[in-house]
Write a protein that binds this ligand. Sequence first.
Ligand SMILES: [Zn+2]
Length: 211
Amino acid sequence: MGIKNKQNKIIEYIQNKCHSRNIEILLYPGVSIPYPYPNGSMFVSGFFSPEEQLLAVAKKGKDSFETLMHEFCHFIQWEEQCKDWTNCSIEEYDAEMLIDLWMRYIIELNKKQLNKYIDLVRNVEMDCEKRVIKFAIDWDYPLDIGKYVQKANSYLYFYTVVKKCRKWSNKGCAPYTFNEIVSEMPTHFANDYNRMSDVLVSLYKKECLGE
Ligand SMILES: [Zn+2]
């Protein structure tokens, strides 16, 4: 089976699974999508929102098929109500939303809260990435796993930069789009994403934050 056929089969499977839970799939015609929470000022490659009943992927984004598998694995986490997913709920908020509000100086978080929320988001993302790898293997999809883990790590480390700089990446400047960053990443998941060299932090600041 060619790669296109395989992708189409996977898309069909994802659509059926999502539709069975009343989740619509949006293939957005751009390189990035405004994230709807709280008001669309943050740009992402894709998102899954059970509240909006939407799984969205920026169709023209780099590696958009991998993004689709990633967002689908968030759907699976939600469907299973796995621990890493439910842990992100902080009363009526979720950890990612609180970080977003903090980044935009709408709320303040103390060091303990910030560390906790970043860890929660990183845990749900890491669990999701491991599910993507398993999904690709189960479907016999030709994913370059070493390269995929490097790209996943570029995101997982980015949260440490977010914590330091109180900023999200500029539009179109997601960490995984920079080879200079990705090539510095380990090909296995790390134990401690808070440990980063100053050189690496500077590279993120330059590429993703434009500093
Ligand atoms: Zn994710």
